[in-house]
Design a protein around this ligand. Structure first.
Ligand SMILES: Cc1cc2nc3c(=O)[nH]c(=O)nc-3n(C[C@H](O)[C@H](O)[C@H](O)COP(=O)(O)O)c2cc1C
Length: 314
């Protein structure tokens, strides 16, 4: 277990996310917190248990054309398409800050993306070589597999297992797998069987939003990923299903915007709670949730937040 971090209420908030030892359970979601440094203008980012960086691939990816984002009731949609400058440029531009953040006590999780098993392997090999300071590597298996007509890499237990199996021996640090919100219990079991140390879920849910005057999609693509409070209840259900299916810890996300949302995820079985879309409109949200979770745990009469993980009484 990680170093104890007694809060003002005397509650220990430290959690162990499959070997990523976090001083508190609060993390940030890939693609919604950039590489952390821009949020230093709002709060001391090292107060968080961890941050998860934007997904990066071995080679630069341009992503999809604009418009890439739009608002929908209680959330947003995006079709960013994993635009990123590639692992080497990400490390060159952000490595000093991220290594320093690790020294300040906040765990850094780098995320790898790919369009094929070979591309995932190339991305994690570069991360292993260039970013030894990161505490964990997260594999985003919600990417489309180009060779299979764009079917999600993590869309079936078989395809998820294939990529985790190829990557696992090449990652010497804790390996998290970021799941798509499909076939959750089966894909979760497949990733665990191939050696994943933790599971992150959920990624965005595919949706569609139309401008009825132009009769066109409000994004550059017909469909996009829905995120934010609109998907929270679905995410809690999927975290609960995953937690019931595997023994490895769950990094829960999907519409977390308040401490109650985070507490729900913990009760459903999440070891860590990850703030995504809320960072865009409430940039101090994640930091606030750290203290508020401690207060909730104290109110629940526990001295260690771990006592509340999966403590739902259905
Ligand atoms: C603009 C945007 C970019 C995202 N980029 C990534 C990404 O690079 N990799 C990934 O696994 N998820 C990505 N996500 C999904 C989030 O990490 C998260 O799983 C999802 O948004 C659900 O959480 P939320 O409702 O709190 O935002 C992105 C989400 C948004 C809104």
């Amino acid at each position: 277990m990680g170093e104890k971090n007694p809060s003002a209420e005397g509650v220990s908030l430290a959690v162990d996310l499959g070997g990523v030892r976090m001083k508190n359970p609060v993390n940030t979601a890939s693609g919604t917190f950039a590489f952390g440094s821009v949020f230093e203008g709002f709060f001391d980012v090292s107060r968080l248990g961890a941050i998860t960086c934007k997904g990066c691939s071995a080679e630069p990816w341009p992503g999809n054309p604009a418009p890439r984002m739009c608002e929908v009731p209680s959330g947003m949609m995006n079709t960013v398409g994993l635009a990123n400058p590639g692992v080497a440029a990400v490390v060159e531009q952000n490595g000093a800050y991220l290594a320093g953040l690790e020294e300040r006590g906040c765990r850094v999780i780098l995320q790898a993306a790919g369009h094929s098993v070979e591309e995932y392997v190339a991305a994690v090999e570069l991360i292993e070589e260039l970013a030894p300071w990161a505490s964990g590597v997260e594999l985003n298996i919600s990417c489309p597999n180009i060779a299979r007509g764009g079917a999600l890499v993590g869309g079936t237990p078989e395809s998820a297992a294939e990529v985790v199996r190829a990557v696992r021996p090449r990652v010497r640090r804790p390996l998290l797998v970021k799941m798509a919100p499909v076939r959750v219990p089966e894909v979760a079991r497949a990733c665990e069987a191939e050696g994943a140390d933790a599971l992150s879920l959920i990624n965005t849910i595919n949706g569609m939003s139309l401008d009825v005057r132009t009769r066109r999609s409000r994004l550059s693509r017909p469909t996009g990923g829905v995120s934010g409070p609109a998907i929270h209840a679905i995410a809690v259900r999927m975290v609960w299903e995953a937690a019931g299916a595997v023994k490895i810890p769950i990094n829960g996300m999907g519409g977390i915007a308040t401490w109650e949302d985070a507490a729900e995820m913990i009760l459903a079985g999440a070891t860590s709670v990850t703030v995504g879309t809320a960072n865009f409109y409430d940039p101090t949200c994640a930091e606030r949730i750290v203290g508020e979770l401690a207060a909730w745990a104290a109110e629940q009469g526990v001295t260690d937040i771990n006592e509340l993980i999966g403590a739902v009484e259905c």
